[in-house]
Write a protein of this length. Structure first.
Lengths: 401, 401
């Protein structure tokens, strides 16, 4: 049995500042759903010495070590060589692994290049696992009283392979640990922290605060965490959009729209499509999302949404009046049942003393309601846009309550 | 002087699978621009013991250790306590740091809560650095013949503070190392690898391949890397969009549009706004991006873009004909000078034997050209959408060549 898990992310690109890792979160989540916590993670360069040293330091009795990266067909893919040499094993061409590689090319109707077969050379004694999202198989290898699982570095392949590899390693899914979550939007971290302290929760449950622009997740651990989460959520009203589960705001909002039989339309200026992109990241969003207009230029705000040129001239594109007119334009011109509009100054240029960078107006409208929200968001262009998307979704979710 | 850099990412959330780190890439990039390579990175849990152990194992003579996370006002923010106790230093209220915290609240016109001032308690002897994007100051501390820099975990704050902290630590910017980059779109990694081998480059330069959906970056190291990069780029034509620099495809495309005085409009179905969001992530994009239509429903494809209902019925929403009609609709109805249209099946549902998940049609049109590109993209919903955005931008960039 495994007492702890460790993760080794292999890739020069991760240490050189050009790519952000996305695999640790996915691997940790998969391990956690099988009752195994990650005690440590490291990032290693793409070379034999660095990977060998990390494997040597991290692997031991009771340890499940998951590596990501370096399984492809090119010369910089040397994770399996390093694992094999560290554990004193030869690399051998594995017939099952070769079958997986050849099958993958056959499925795509492409001849299998001979260079691709190096992906079937794996440490002696390891078990290959078919890659449902790519070519390189994953491997599972018991050694030194622990287990090594090696996954490809491409995030969608690692995500697709981690479950099958954990199955192969004999880790079954278990019940969730005693923890609870409250997901919030539009409340500053400090304010949420003060609320949690006033509720006297610091004593009864361990807390953690995970902030993103205009959203904070509050995580509670301990035997009372579920009731504490419900108590805090009750205080927060519609500023808490998920309690006890990790559903996203876009999925929660989509569910509320679908329940009410409303098709949502959006009008986006400074977010440039990011609100639509976030909403349509939810599978099945076509059941409640109709589409929208990216009205980046003022001309399109008028021609596609019917925002009056006189209104734009009098109040400016970033104003409550324009946001409301954009939302009404979505209802009228797109025939949507509910609408969201966002207009603001994302920066770095375009700010003025009256309307500095971070000024964003949001409007939401639907059956029986029309609301507008003024925002002064902190941070850079990305943070302002992300915050605006979060608050737009939050406002509509609040109005549907 | 520092011989190497190490990075310690602090945060339970990173080990628990709920959040992906975005700081390592930013910190590594900043270090690299000052001539310092990251030899190792680790992720540590949010507790005194784990952080102390990591600091003890990683810090030493000639080492610059950058930590991120755990500088906020709440109880789970204990990085500075762990650093101080590991190095045998007390935490003391620092007057300059207190000024930074108070200034930040004053700027926002909000009274400073007394709880916020714990962010001014820093290890004795460390220098605080003002946080331009948030409250908690960064710190720089020389110890054990090396240096510790501690940054907040919120990505936009870490990004804003890393430069000022490296300045405070005395690391000046240097010339780029001898490496070159070729950024490509629409070429499979294996094909690029074969091309590099045929060019005999494996001998003269170290190579690395960094894949994302429908994009691969080729990185070359060594004294001949710049000329090798130019040689490969010449073979690739417009499939290479940046050579020797890390410009993004959206920025390159925007530059090409602006040069030609063209305003771009988009029509998005399966990408739901993601193409517009990516284009408008470029500061100043209003100079070449007009806006677009998120035509997620077929009704909007007809009403906003003028795609004929008979055409939709005859060929389906995911077809060359519909993609071309959407692009023409953008030119005619939005008055844009160039247009991109994307329509496809992102999954997980909606695929058929004839048009499986991953089938995406892209059309690009502008002065003197109209092109359509069929795509069969691998991967999950996110990968298909990301790949479609990359190929849409690539197709237009190719047509503008």
């Amino acid at each position: 049995m495994h007492a702890e898990a460790k993760v080794l992310l292999v890739g020069d690109e991760l240490l050189e500042g050009r790519v952000s890792d996305r695999n640790l979160a996915v691997v940790a989540e998969a391990l956690s759903s099988r009752g195994l916590a990650v005690s440590e993670a490291r990032v290693s360069a793409d070379n034999m010495e660095a990977v060998s040293r990390a494997v040597r330091e991290m692997l031991g009795p009771g340890v499940l070590l998951v590596t990501t990266g370096g399984l492809g067909p090119t010369d910089d893919d040397m994770t399996l060589s390093a694992v094999a040499s560290t554990l004193g094993l030869p690399l051998v061409r594995n017939a099952a692994a070769e079958g997986f590689v050849r099958d993958r090319y056959r499925m795509q109707g492409v001849p299998c290049p001979s260079g691709a077969l190096v992906q079937a050379d794996i440490p002696e004694g390891s078990r290959p696992v078919r890659n449902p999202a790519g070519v390189a198989p994953g491997i599972v290898l018991d050694s030194l009283g622990g287990t090594v699982i090696s996954l490809p570095g491409v995030p969608r392949e690692a995500a697709a392979l981690v479950g099958p590899c954990l199955d192969e390693a004999g880790l079954a899914a278990v019940g969730q640990a005693r923890q609870a979550i409250v997901r919030t939007w539009g409340i500053p971290e400090q304010e949420l922290y003060d609320l949690v302290r006033r509720e006297g929760l610091a004593d009864t449950a361990q807390t953690a605060f995970l902030p993103r622009p205009s959203m904070v997740d509050l995580k509670l651990r301990g035997p009372d965490s579920a009731s504490a989460a419900r108590r805090i959520a009750a205080r927060l009203g519609r500023k808490a959009y998920a309690v006890g589960e990790w559903r996203s705001l876009e999925a929660v909002l989509g569910g509320a729209l679908q329940e009410r039989g409303l098709m949502l339309g959006v009008a986006e200026s400074c977010t440039g499509g990011m609100l639509g992109a976030r909403l349509t990241s939810v599978p099945g969003s076509s059941g409640w999302f109709a589409g929208g207009v990216i009205a980046y230029s003022d001309r399109l705000k008028s021609s596609l949404l019917g925002v009056g040129e006189d209104l734009l001239a009098a109040h400016g594109a970033v104003s409550e009046e324009t946001a409301r007119a954009m939302a009404r334009g979505v209802l009228e011109r797109l025939g949507a049942g509910a609408a969201l509009a966002v207009t603001g100054i994302a920066g770095p240029a375009g700010g003025t003393p009256e309307k500095p960078v971070g000024t964003v107006w949001i409007a939401a409208t639907g059956p029986g309601f029309e609301a507008a929200l003024a925002n002064r968001l902190w941070g850079d262009r990305d943070a302002v846009r992300e915050g605006a998307v979060a608050r737009a979704m939050g406002l509509l979710w609040e109005m549907l309550g």
